[in-house]
Design a protein. Structure first.
Length: 147
């Protein structure tokens, strides 16, 4: 992709990194949801004491619905609406914030620490950061094309 094509479409390297991250999160959330639904991980049901659930089936479906689906939707404008970069940027910010809210709620409700929580929070921060960096790069088209 030439610099002029990139300038017209609004796609930058940040766009593609965001799409890859979102795709990986979709894959992991679906895998994790299935793992919860099938009880592959054998997580203690005691962790569910502060929830309305008595098994991990409900939380598995919630993981798929509230993490995988929004991440998939966030990737769509970047892939299919390249001339609408602001929509892709907004989707990236919202996807990252969604992950941060997800982890915050998980910690607040379950009151259990799990090693993946800081990893997922870091991915959320990375998504927000990349989307904002992409936005900033669109404001400097002369600098980008002169390189």
């Amino acid at each position: 992709m030439s610099a002029s094509t990139s300038a017209v479409s609004g796609r930058r390297w940040q766009t593609w990194v965001l799409v890859v991250i979102e795709a990986l999160v979709v894959y992991q959330a679906i895998s994790g949801g299935i793992g919860l639904i099938t009880d592959t991980w054998n997580l203690p049901t005691e962790w569910l004491a502060r929830t309305p659930f008595d098994s991990w089936v409900g939380p598995g479906w919630i993981l798929i619905g509230l993490v995988a689906v929004p991440q998939l939707l966030a990737a769509m404008p970047k892939l299919f609406l390249p001339r609408r970069p602001k929509l892709g940027i907004l989707a990236g910010v919202l996807a990252g914030l969604n992950l941060l809210i997800w982890i915050g709620l998980q910690l607040g409700v379950l009151q259990v620490y799990f090693f993946l929580q800081p990893v997922i929070a870091g991915i959320g921060v990375a998504e927000v950061g990349l989307a904002l960096w992409w936005r900033a790069s669109l404001r400097r088209p002369a600098e980008v094309s002169s390189r």
